[in-house]
Design a protein around this ligand. Sequence first.
Ligand code: SAM
Length: 328
Amino acid sequence: MLIDAFARKITYLRISVTDRCNERCAYCLPKDGVSWMDEKELMSPDEIVRLAEAAIGLGITKVRLTGGEPLVRPDILEIISRIAIIPGLKDLSLTTNGMLLKKMAKSLVEAGLHRVNISLDTLDPEKYRKVTRLGNFEQTWQGILEAEKAGLHPIKINTVVVGGFNDNEIIPIAKLSLDHPWHIRFIELMPVANQEDWGAGLPPVEERYFSSQRMHELLSSLNLEEVPSPDYSGPERTYRIPDGVGTVGFISPLGDHFCMKCNRLRLTADGCLKSCLLVDKEISIRDALRSGADLTSFLINAVANKPIGHELSSHNCPDSRCMSQIGG
Ligand code: SAM
């Protein structure tokens, strides 16, 4: 069992399988000139699987594949099928922008994936294009429907709320949970800004941050009822619109941060262990992975050094990597 210095049990591993993405979300990646990691820097399927086996052997029960966009990795089905059969794993999920889901949902299920989280910030095709720069709303929407049909349940929809951009869509997006058994989660924008044009095209910095408390207030006309979270150890607070078949949740990394409940460890696409998304500190394990060395001590060490929490409230923001490299 992996237990950190603050008695938190670490049971959840998030693996970024690539930093590449087929979108360029304004709060995540620069618009032009992104320098992707060299192919040789990325973890191979063997290396990813070896790390997952070591982590699951130490008590990790939940693994999520993320990125970048995990579905652009050509060998993603191989990675999934090999992780899915590791004894001790209870939950295997993937975070995606949904652009490739229509064509891949069925194969993902066949490979052994349990479920997906899909990012969807707006229901307006023009705004979708504006925030993702390369995305297509209809393609993602069809992907969500296909994931539902293929059985990647429960489907979670992640909506990053940006003040002055999509705060006026909180009600229609929440209402998707009336007819669909989806978990809609509204997420506060995080200042992970290691690029100069962070947020270019979005409203000015002072308007962008929109607290989950304000989101909740905006939804007051829907009479949300608090319900148990679909994932008891998860970070969100969960509600239901009366008679809705899905749920509505709020993830507040800034307003009401959940660090004392954090059970996560991360592997970056180039093989570094990070025990906190929002702190730059990391341990490179790529050489150990490549030399076949035992990974146990690296995992124990990363967990032992997990910080008590991030320091965004004292304006201590991570600046060594963008989200797509860490795996948001
Ligand atoms: N490409 C996949 C996707 O779009 O879901 C997975 C990677 S993406 C980095 C994972 C999640 O991080 C997405 O839901 C995205 O909206 C979120 N994200 C990226 N930058 C963020 C930021 N600055 N603040 C809050 N969420 C962010």
